[in-house]
Write a protein that binds this ligand. Sequence first.
Ligand code: ADP
Ligand code: MG
Length: 687
Amino acid sequence: MKVTLATPITALPRVGKVLTRRLHKLGLHTVEDMLMHYPFRYDDYSTVSDIALLKPSTNATVRATINLLANKRSFRRRMFITEALISDETASIQAVWFNQPFIPRVLHQGDTVYFSGKVEQTPYGLQFTSPSYEKAKKEQTHTARIVPVYSVTENLTEKQLRYLVKLVLPLAKNIPEWLPDHILKTHSLVALPRALHEIHFPTNLRMLEKARQRLKFGELFLIQLKTQDIRQALHSLRAPAIQFHEQLTKRFVSALPFTLTANQKKVAWQILRSIEKTQPMNRLLEGDVGSGKTVIAALVMLNVAANRYQSALMAPTEILALQHYKTINTLLKQADIPIALLTRTEKRFRGEKTTEKKILTAISNGAAKIVIGTHALIQDMVTFSQLGLVTIDEQHRFGVDQRRILKQKSPELTPHLLSMTATPIPRSLALTLYGDLDLSLLKEMPHGRKPIITKIVPPEKRERAYGFIRDEVGRGRQVFVICPLIEESDKLGVRAATAEYEKLQRNVFPDLSVGLLHGKLKAQEKERVMNAFKAHDIHILVATAVVEVGIDVPNASVMMVEGAERFGLAQLHQFRGRVGRAEHQSYCLVFTDSTSEKTTERLHALVTAKNGFELAEMDLDLRGPGEIYGIAQSGFPELKIAKLTDLDLIQKTREAAESIFSVDPTLDHYPMLKKQLTAFSQELHLE
Ligand code: ADP
Ligand code: MG
């Protein structure tokens, strides 16, 4: 039988039912899958030492002959011990294995074998402890070389997998090169078959590095091409041209209770210029928590309304949608624009509560010019008359799909898209993940803000912290207390927050007014609590992570976070952003019982990072992107080999993708590349 790349692993020698199941578990079904299953690290056993020169507490490889080999049973330690005496021309040494009674069936007295592993000092001299072993042959697989280490599942050994990969490796030459020649040359990349050989069984460290570069390049390059592809597709669509209304905008700006910062003006201008075009805008507005993004959205939506188009503003929670509804009503009061609110439980239009039916009608006949809501906005029943702009607040990697889902009566027109986020995205991520978006940055904070003082509070200082909170309340300020989920069954953290609320109200601050806010409350109750907090009827608000994004209560000056080790850095930064929103000196008190080094390191980053951007870089290093940006759920490919910290490569692949796309956007001159890109897109379910 001829083995090809598509041959199922079951056809390979030594692969029976059991092994097949284990390989399938790793996602390995065909020969090609095996080749694409890269090692996650290597053991460098390429240097073979003389036994006489071995040193304790090192890793080493020797080529030796077996003089003695025997199993013995240790009743005291309840295990099998295999002992061997091995020697080369220079000396001899003992080797020991535990619970591997089959070894004497594999190795025999007189065999010449490579042993690789840890050398340890014992009372009886030096010994190899559980070394890997492999009989000496023409070419070694498991020892005396740079040995690949794969991720394996239970009961599948490194040796088995290594053996199989080595077996199919000659077929790597049948994997066609899909990177164009000139790109390989310009970037001095090795060809794909060679790279695959070297990534599995490196000749030396230099070639391993070359293989890595090549495979990383290929991976990032495809992402960049896909990004260009999306960009291109968007460019061929038509959007309504939104004209800038200067007088109206000036009146709006001068009626604000504050002056816009130069940065806010610049960003607003960037957006207004983009939506003047008939190509759909695809823009990400990144601004740290509290940098004032809402007012920019209001100004833009005002212009859209003046052009007789509708805007949709989507928020992640009901609380936030309601807050936006109120804020935007206030900001646009004198412009007299009909604004609607649509969430699962709240329906309002022109400041009045109303029915769902009336709202839906107002949206579909175009009477509602600004429609604010949650995911409820993308339900089937909602149809817009003339949607000109979609604004999405605080949701990551949203947009392309959401814009598509928001239905309207004139499907030939694609609305502009503005995505706003306070989770700062490091440059590398912005260039890959969000490569199809234009970026606007709000780096400056509104004037008069003082940096927030962040402290990590150890358990013994809890009482003092409560004293401090009491003082702040005495000075007229207000306080947030955030509780984490304590157990899995308590998915929304309701129980934790409720218990904390009761403790604080009864035992710690019986004389103050403590409030409770969590996701399980009815919408009316949530609103009542939020209003009471805004109106200063509540001094201390105990809440779950529902306050994470967006809530704006400028009088609050203390953010206290319980169980901080359970939150991500970006999330903690979001919490912190709930205070310091006015001229008062504000504080973030971070409580943790954890003494783990990792927690300490992360929380320390929160204290030292000057802004969200710095913090995001640190978080990216500490945790990787998936956890921070919800990338797993966003359809972003999990990187197999490249890292988002490979900034240089990201930049290079982006330029390479742009240069190819600018002359051949349909990739007709690169059939192999086109095929590869299609396969890649299908894998991502982007098509
Ligand atoms: P975020 O960017 O986190 O969404 P918001 O839009 O909620 O921030 O704004 C935070 C607070 O700053 C709000 O109370 C808002 O009224 C206020 N604000 C916005 N711009 C300015 C400014 N230029 N000067 C002073 N305060 C401002
Ligand atoms: Mg906001």
